[in-house]
Ligand binder design. Structure first.
Ligand SMILES: O=C(O)[C@H](CS(=O)(=O)O)OP(=O)(O)O
Length: 230
């Protein structure tokens, strides 16, 4: 098995084989939490206007998303697990658009198969990759604002790669490292409305979920995330 670590949108476009689009803070942690809250369908989209159009056509859809971290006007929820964990999403359809994470899914055109990547379901991802045993695994780190590499996504890629190679990295070490650096933004008073402190712990609740999320393109041209218990 050849394991490649790629970066940002360019990396998503180059990804081949079984492709894991990683966004720890916060898109694909949030996606797992929506399934934890009973969502029926989760549609990741690139464009904000397109998300709004889907809502116009389907009044019962729930809009989740942000740009540059900040909740979009008119959206039901921000890209925040703290907000999602208190929501009842039973049998609802969520449309999710984010600055970095969801862009990776819609740009991974060369991937054989796309799954999402985060620490909250990392063990399930590792088990799934082992089961599938593909020739190529692409681990794509979507980064900060999809312009700069993000420490949390790189650590998640290294965590998955190391585990596939037989070595489990220490959860507490990763968490403390992120608390001192990339995760500091969740502890700033001015960002509590859209990136609250609770998001840090919820995004770093290792292996809380025993499923992977597979992005499958439907006949209508949209991607849907399908939950597969592993
Ligand atoms: O909502 C987030 O935390 C980020 C904002 S940004 O990309 O870092 O500007 O979005 P995401 O797409 O989840 O990385």
């Amino acid at each position: 098995m050849e394991i490649r670590i790629l970066q940002l949108i360019d990396g998503a476009k180059k990804a081949e084989g079984l492709t894991v689009i990683i966004d720890v803070f916060r898109a694909f942690s949030v996606a797992c939490y929506t399934f934890g809250r009973g969502v029926k369908r989760h549609i990741p989209v690139g464009e904000v206007n397109f998300a709004r159009k889907l809502k116009e056509e389907n009044n019962d859809y729930i809009l989740v998303g942000e740009r540059n971290g900040i909740t979009l006007p008119g959206f039901d929820f921000g890209n925040s697990p703290t907000q999602i964990i208190g929501a009842d999403l039973s049998d609802r359809t969520v449309v999710h658009t984010t600055t970095a994470g969801t862009q990776g899914i819609v740009n991974a055109n060369r991937a054989e198969e796309i799954i999402t990547g985060s620490f909250v379901n990392a063990s399930a991802i590792i088990r799934y990759i082992k089961q599938r045993n593909p020739k190529i695994v692409s681990l794509v780190c979507m980064g900060y604002a999809y312009e700069d590499e993000a420490e949390e996504d790189v650590l998640c890629a290294e965590y998955i790669k190391s585990a596939l190679e037989g070595k489990v990295l220490d959860h507490n070490e990763i968490k403390e490292r992120l608390r001192q650096d990339a995760g500091k933004r969740f502890f700033q008073p001015e960002s509590q409305g859209w990136a609250p402190e609770g998001d840090f712990d919820l995004c770093l609740d290792f292996n809380r979920f025993n499923f992977i999320l597979r992005a499958e393109k439907n006949d209508d041209g949209l991607f849907y995330l399908r939950k597969i218990d592993i």
